[in-house]
Design a binder for this molecule. Structure first.
Ligand SMILES: Nc1ncnc2c1ncn2[C@@H]1O[C@H](COP(=O)(O)OP(=O)(O)O)[C@@H](O)[C@H]1O
Ligand SMILES: [Mg+2]
Length: 245
């Protein structure tokens, strides 16, 4: 049954990919996935390598297509919406940041321009400072930044769209421990203050415990949804599927 008040609703999503074993066969990567984000929650996606976590996020961001199923943001179907409009509400942040041509500021402004939103300079400055990037010249080339700096700039670029749902694909994996925690804290503060839902792919049970209240575990094409209470921490089964990697 459709949940018209949900922030994000996923109904019957399936994805088949060419099988690595047989040249003509197919493998079902995602099998009729149903999931609902009813309110601005923070959700961790876990599961072994190759289980389809990134593919699911890319489908949710309308960057990859499903073979079956549909999804809805605040009741509006993805299949009846311009992809750019969908992506301004459901925004994917990749594990390896890609910079747009031009300066740091161009990167921040271009996204606002593409989506027809106002460029909020005070917000850009606040997020740069919070992310430890305030020493970086805004007019300097974005391509010269280090990998970790690019990752943080890409995240700021996405936050400035104020999406309803942020899809975070191992966004702290390439950062050192201190920068990783900094980014985690910024995202959690954003989640609390702006009411954005967060969906994090992570391989770290401790990060999931800190940052999420619910876990989606992907295994053999199916998604299992479980609550994560502060007291109980992460379940052995989920931790096991992470250790399997
Ligand atoms: N469009 C595609 N065509 C062929 N194979 C794909 C496609 N998308 C993903 N895959 C494969 O699907 C599997 C799952 O990929 P991925 O979603 O990146 O998993 P995870 O993020 O859980 O590690 C991988 O084996 C990947 O090579
Ligand atoms: Mg992945």
């Amino acid at each position: 049954m459709r949940d018209l008040n949900a922030l994000l609703e996923i109904r019957g999503l399936s994805k088949r990919i060419p099988s690595a074993r047989e040249s003509s066969g197919e493998r079902v990567l995602l099998h009729k996935i149903d999931a609902v984000i009813r309110e601005p929650e923070s959700i961790a996606i876990m599961g072994g390598s190759g289980q389809g976590k990134s593919t699911l996020l890319r489908i949710l961001a309308c960057l990859d297509s499903a073979d079956e199923g549909d999804m809805y943001v605040r009741g509006a179907s993805c299949s009846s919406m311009e992809p750019a409009k969908w992506r301004s509400q459901v925004c994917y942040v990749a594990q390896h940041a890609v910079m747009l041509p031009g300066s740091v500021e161009d990167n921040l402004r271009t996204v606002s321009r593409l989506h027809g939103t106002v460029y909020e300079q005070p917000l850009a400055e606040r997020l740069m400072k919070q992310s430890g990037l305030d020493h970086i010249p805004m007019k300097g080339p974005a391509g010269d930044l280090s990998g970790g700096e690019k990752q943080r700039l890409a995240l700021i670029r996405s936050l400035m769209l104020r999406p309803a749902v942020l899809l975070l694909d191992e966004v702290t994996a390439s950062l050192d421990a201190i920068s990783g925690r900094l980014v985690e804290d910024i995202l959690l503060e954003w989640h609390r203050e702006e009411g954005a839902a967060l969906v994090w792919v992570t391989h770290h049970a401790d990060q999931a415990s800190r940052a999420a209240s619910r876990i989606w575990t992907l295994k053999d094409g199916t998604l299992t949804d479980s609550e994560l209470s502060c007291e109980s921490g992460i379940s052995d089964e989920t931790a096991g599927s992470v250790r399997e990697r």
